[in-house]
Structures are given as C-alpha cells and as structure tokens.
Design a protein around this ligand. Structure first.
Ligand code: ATP
Ligand code: MG
Length: 213
C-alpha cells in the first residue's frame, strides 16, 4: 500500500500534475475523434452481419441481437440451417416472445451423408429464408448456420447473394457459421470472427443444455 496520507513533495506533485494534464489532453483528443466519427455516421440502413470463425459464441451472439431487437418491439425471424440432435434453449424463449422460428426439417444432421436429401432440405429452408428476405414487415432475419449450406454446395452462393442484396433497405440480417464464403463477407457490413483460444470440449467436458444449446 502506498502512504497516501503522507504529504507529497513539491516535485512529486508537479509530476502528478503533468501526468494528469497529459491524460486530460489525450482523453480530449480521443473524445474529439469519437465525436467526429459519431457526427459522420449518419446513414441508417439494414446491416448485414456475419458471425464466423471456429470459436464458440456465433449463434449465441446472433440470438442476443434478436433478443435486443425484440426488446425494442421489432419483428424478428430465424431460420436454422442445421437440425442437430438437440433442442436449442433460445427457441423456446424467443418463440414465446413472438419470433418466427424455422428449423430445417427432414432430419438433416451432420451424419446423414445423403447429398440429395440434404440439398433438398437446404433448398426448402432457403425458400423460407427468401420469403423472409422479401418481407418488409420483418426487421431482423437471422440465418443460423447458413455458411455450411454454401460451403457444402447445397445452396448456390449466387442465389444467396442476390436475395441478401435485394432485401428491404432497412432489414437487418445475421449470418452465422464457420468458414463463411468470401462473396458473402464482401457484401456484409459487419464481419466478426470468433477465435477459439480454449474450448471446454477439448478438455473432455460435454456440451450442456442451458449453456451450449
Ligand atoms: P454457440 O451456439 O455456443 O454460440 P457457435 O454458434 O459459435 O456456438 P457452432 O459451431 O455453431 O458454434 O457450435 C455448435 C456447438 O458446438 C455449441 O454447443 C458450441 O458450444 C460447440 N462449439 C463451438 N465452438 C466449439 C469449439 N471450438 N470446439 C468444440 N465445440 C465447439
Ligand atoms: Mg452456431
């Protein structure tokens, strides 16, 4: 602990004063920079957000943004492009809050390895996504795990790009999944990559309901 009750020497005081003044000047410059950026950022439009990378947190971040939208009274819809073996907790919560939830049907999982059946399931889910992407009344569309449908060639990337580009001007879209196709990254407004620094699974800890799904 420092002896903060002891009187400071004159020299110390002036050093502290100089430091405080420098800090103030730095903060002032920072504030001016931020204020200028805020003043410049005047455009309002629907954002295309891509959440990609190999780390944990992409879908949860997307669902968090949907919750944020709902909290502002906005209308949101979600299409999930992978039907895993488990239910996802967010579905129960968000459906209860009026969010349309569409899950890719016909039992698509990682294990099916039936390209024709999987392609048909992906196309059917995409037809649904396209309807949402043409609906002006929907403020936010989340396309969870869409990236895999493109990387496995179940969906034509040109078709995906076209629908994203032609959506209503104010509609926000969130795309999640690993290894997002560069053509989607190119047309996105915001792209975040979640990096795995550690994952509990690698230490033998199983995925747990209420935390991982
Ligand atoms: P979350 O839904 O938790 O936000 P995510 O969407 O970023 O995860 P996905 O690849 O969709 O990641 O993950 C699906 C499941 O795999 C989740 O249960 C998640 O906890 C788990 N997971 C995510 N990243 C990793 C990883 N690096 N290693 C092992 N399991 C992972
Ligand atoms: Mg996910």
């Amino acid at each position: 602990m420092s002896d903060s009750n002891e009187p400071e020497s004159g020299e110390n005081k002036s050093v502290e004063k100089i430091k405080a003044e420098r800090h103030k000047a730095r903060q002032q410059r920072l504030k001016e920079g931020v204020d200028a950026k805020i003043a410049k950022a005047q455009e309002e439009k629907g954002i295309l957000l891509v959440l990609t990378g190999n780390g944990k947190g992409k879908s949860t971040s997307g669902f968090g943004t949907v919750a944020r939208a709902v909290g502002h009274g906005k209308k949101a819809a979600i299409v999930q492009f992978i039907k895993g073996n488990w239910e996802c907790g967010e579905r129960t919560l968000l459906e209860g809050a009026g969010v349309d939830f569409h899950v890719m049907g016909t039992g698509f999982t990682w294990e099916t390895q039936d390209k024709e059946k999987d392609t048909a399931a992906a196309v059917k889910a995409w037809d649904q996504a396209e309807k949402l992407l043409q609906d002006e009344s929907i403020d936010l569309v989340m396309l969870d795990e869409l990236t895999y449908m493109v990387s496995y060639h179940y969906l034509d990337v040109e078709r995906v790009i076209k629908a994203l580009q032609n959506r209503p001007k104010m509609q926000h879209v969130i795309v999640t999944g690993r290894a997002c196709h560069r053509a989607i990254i190119e047309i996105a407004d915001t792209v975040s990559e979640v990096q795995p620094i550690k994952h509990a699974f690698d230490a033998g800890i199983k995925a747990q309901p209420g935390f991982d799904y």
